[in-house]
Design a protein around this ligand. Structure first.
Ligand SMILES: [Mg+2]
Length: 189
């Protein structure tokens, strides 16, 4: 049987936004994110990080620094991250892998046998939501990171943070792909 996954953006979603984070000492996981991912795990969800890291292409982040940051975040998230897919492609050249491209989600789906229409993408930017939608997933915008700027990006749901997104998923939220009566995405507070 295919598995269900929650794809999470990293920066501004599972950890506090740090511009081109290249230092594990600057990693701060989002509030209650570790416990939330643990609850998703317990309910049978895979937790997979999908992250653009153009700082690797520009040299602002060295591969060893990227690895140290990823390891520290994984530690703070209590070991509840099943896999991380990152894209080092530069920000000025859209590729199939770089969000909003869906290449990383396609790889994860192949590697882990994931049912995309039964899965979710959670992120703080319009590109996260566009990526999730294009991959056929349900989508949740979080208002941490850059989220406030993207309230109207067409996400199925808009919530305060990653913990609230996990709560919504665990509550069995139905997808809502149409705008609400006010022409805005339906909001869960
Ligand atoms: Mg982000």
């Amino acid at each position: 049987m295919k598995k269900q996954a929650v794809f999470f953006d990293r920066d501004g979603t599972l950890m506090e936004e740090v511009h081109y984070c290249n230092d594990p000492a600057k990693v701060v996981a989002a509030p209650d994110a570790a416990a939330s991912l643990g609850r998703l795990h317990a309910a049978g969800w895979l937790n997979i990080i999908i992250t653009n890291q153009s700082g690797l292409a520009s040299g602002k982040i060295l591969p060893s620094q990227y690895e140290a940051v990823e390891a520290e975040l994984g530690r703070q998230l209590g070991g509840h991250v099943d896999a991380t897919y990152f894209c080092p492609d530069p920000s000025h050249s859209p590729t199939h892998r770089r969000k909003p491209g869906i290449g990383m989600i396609e790889e994860a789906a192949r590697d882990h046998g994931i049912d995309l229409p039964q899965s979710w993408m959670v992120g703080d930017k319009g590109i996260d939501i566009a990526c999730g939608r294009a991959a056929g997933c349900r989508t949740i915008l979080v208002l941490t990171g850059y989220g406030e700027k993207f309230r109207d990006c067409g996400a199925d749901f808009v919530v305060r943070d990653a913990a609230e997104a996990a709560g919504l998923i665990l509550a069995g939220a139905a997808p809502c792909n149409r705008p609400g009566p006010a022409g805005k995405p339906r909001e869960q507070r």
